[in-house]
Design a protein around this ligand. Structure first.
Ligand SMILES: Nc1ncnc2c1ncn2[C@@H]1O[C@H](COP(=O)(O)OP(=O)(O)OP(=O)(O)O)[C@@H](O)[C@H]1O
Ligand SMILES: [Mg+2]
Length: 309
């Protein structure tokens, strides 16, 4: 359904003392595919560019952003004008924060407005809104509340309802679990997972590895603005099956696997090296890693970008 190939994103901004605009690299050579009925998780740390990746797919980047690479949706190229046409109806975003809702409109009005933008008919929008209330178990009294009056878990349900009311085929959920307790996390992800059984594709953007491993069908490891590995959640049960040194280090850094820290910082902007983005922190780094970006290798039904794999 969605195929992203070699996506790169940079910002032009004033830098240094020169009063000249210089590019700030955020994403480079990012690759991923989401198929019908599949939930793919992109896991990455804070500030890595995950929200910008979502905004790039939807065509809602700031004007100083430069995007290159290919995005295909349902077999044809996703151009900026097509993005504009299909966002909100074929591709929907569950945004990172409740601040994306209209703060002065009730929950009911917010969801109805999303439906109206899609059908253009008030009567149909009313029916779609009622269906969404039933589907997501939103009680009648929730409809009258303003967004700021919602609890964290309820806010996520409302955001998911508003995004999916149009019947979009691809749902991009940006950090749908941040700030929630374990029950609310499960609740929110179960709702998204149900959408895959209706044949929707879900791109789950998160830094919650545990949640991703529990619900996603495939895990894309995002680091230094690029994909380092795409693995099945089961691979994380047997660390020897993981293909990239970073993914192995990530596994060992989980509390249940020893909490082993890795020295160094995630590279960002000008610090992103020309070679392997994990090179600086990798125990296997050699000259080749420093000078050249690894190509994709397919190993045991997964993908890896590493010279040593
Ligand atoms: N318009 C812009 N111009 C320059 N830099 C920007 C712009 N917008 C975002 N950035 C930078 O891009 C980086 C990635 O931002 P993004 O919001 O995508 O991160 P994220 O992975 O979603 O983080 P979080 O986990 O905190 O949500 C940030 O460090 C941010 O400072
Ligand atoms: Mg974000």
């Amino acid at each position: 359904m969605l195929h992203i190939k070699n996506l790169s994103l940079s910002f032009s901004r004033y830098g240094g003392m020169s009063f000249r605009k210089v590019p700030l690299k955020i994403i480079s050579d990012f690759n991923i595919a989401v198929h019908t009925g599949e939930m793919v998780a992109v896991i990455g740390s804070s500030g890595a560019g995950k929200s910008l990746l979502a905004h790039a797919i939807l065509g809602i980047l700031p004007s100083n952003a430069k995007l290159t690479g290919d995005i295909e949706f349902k077999g044809s190229r996703l151009t900026e004008s097509r993005k504009k046409r299909i966002r909100g109806n074929e591709i929907a975003l569950v945004p990172q924060s409740v601040a994306f809702l209209d703060p002065l409109e009730s929950v009911k009005k917010n969801i109805q407005r999303a439906a109206f933008l899609n059908t253009g008919s008030t009567a149909k929008a009313g029916i779609m809104m009622n269906d969404a209330f039933d589907k997501y178990g939103l009680a009648d009294n929730v409809g009258g509340l303003l967004p700021f009056q919602l609890s964290g878990g309820m806010a996520r349900r409302v955001l998911i309802a508003a995004a999916t009311v149009s019947g979009a085929d691809l749902i991009i959920a940006d950090e749908p679990t941040t700030g929630l307790d374990r029950n609310a996390i499960d609740d929110s992800l179960r709702v998204l997972k149900e959408l895959t059984s209706e044949g929707k594709g879900v791109l789950l953007i998160t830094h919650d590895i545990r949640a991703a491993l529990k619900y996603a069908d495939s895990i894309a490891v995002f680091y230094g603005g690029t994909t380092l590995e795409i693995a099945a959640p089961e691979d994380f049960k047997h660390p020897e099956k993981l293909r990239h040194p970073y993914t192995k280090d990530l596994y060992s850094s989980l509390p249940e696997n020893g909490f082993v820290p890795v020295a160094g910082l995630n590279p960002f902007g000008d610090m992103i090296p020309a070679g392997c983005v994990y090179g600086e922190r990798c125990s296997r780094k050699n000259e080749l890693c420093e000078t050249s970006r690894p190509d994709r290798k397919r190993i045991n039904n997964g993908d890896v970008w590493c010279h040593h794999a």
